[in-house]
Ligand binder design. Structure first.
Ligand SMILES: [Zn+2]
Length: 263
């Protein structure tokens, strides 16, 4: 059985948007907006110290929120000398996922789009095959690779690039975090959906530039219908630009509650 299909579809909010607030403050804001679920984004932690995962664990428990997914800290490396840093980012994120009781972690390829293919392959092997994947397996956390936008410094914006990454790091157990904002910006929605539909475990939801959807645009409605048609019942994670106002978030939440009810 595919575990991604076993969960019920849940509206969630990424706390990356409140990364300027304290941890307790950003959980509180998520709650005040009426969300029950969050994606914990490692960017909410300004400075990483290994033992801080206990602080995050305490703050989440005090908030009463359900943490469905965790977005890994990422570094799009340009040189193999930086592998150890990307590995550290990935591993401390996995430790945080374990502390928060989360079984799904969103990752990026962690390699820059600017390095040559051969070096990219070497870096991917060293980061994922030698380090991150065995560690994720040990902690029982599933990994879900995210499609990126053309504005990202990282590699993996379309099927061709994601297939290159997966050909090195996947052994069939890798899920996909489908970012609709990135797919709209790169005009890759249909091809990504066709290729990865059944592997989708998490959805990052926003209009272009991570602006909130506040009305049922045709591209949004058809995306949700396709997703539903695939039997997807995982998280719909609103991932919004940090300048989004509380009013806009609330409006977007209302829209998604309606759209998801109608599916
Ligand atoms: Zn995203």
């Amino acid at each position: 059985m595919n575990l991604c299909r076993a969960r019920s579809l849940k509206l969630s909010l990424s706390n990356g948007i409140f990364s300027k607030l304290s941890l307790a403050g950003n959980f509180e804001t998520v709650k005040q907006l009426g969300f029950q679920n969050i994606e914990f984004n490692m960017k909410a932690i300004r400075k990483e110290h290994d033992r801080d995962v206990y602080r995050e664990q305490k703050a989440l428990a005090a908030s009463g929120l359900n943490c469905l997914t965790l977005h890994s800290a990422v570094l799009h490396i340009k040189d193999p000398i930086e592998v150890h840093q990307a590995v550290y980012y990935g591993k401390i994120s996995l430790e945080c996922a374990r502390a928060l009781g989360v079984s799904l972690m969103t990752i990026h390829s962690n390699v820059s789009k600017r390095i040559p293919r051969k070096l990219r392959e070497r870096c991917l092997k060293e980061i994922f095959n030698e380090e991150i994947k065995p560690f994720a397996k040990k902690l029982d956390v599933k990994l879900a690779l995210e499609n990126l936008s053309y504005t990202s410094t990282g590699f993996g914006k379309n099927v061709e690039q994601l297939e290159e990454v997966l050909s090195v790091i996947d052994d069939d157990g890798m899920g996909i975090t489908f970012d609709l904002c990135h797919a709209l910006e790169t005009k890759q929605t249909a091809s990504l959906m066709d290729k990865y539909g059944p592997k989708i475990c998490n959805v990052h939801m926003a209009n272009k530039s991570h602006r909130p959807f506040t009305e049922p645009k045709p591209e949004l409605v058809s995306f949700l219908k396709n997703l539903h048609g695939l039997g997807y019942t995982g998280p719909i994670t609103l991932e919004l630009h940090h300048s989004t106002s509380v009013q806009e978030i609330a409006k977007s939440k209302t829209l998604f509650e309606e759209l998801l009810r109608e599916l």
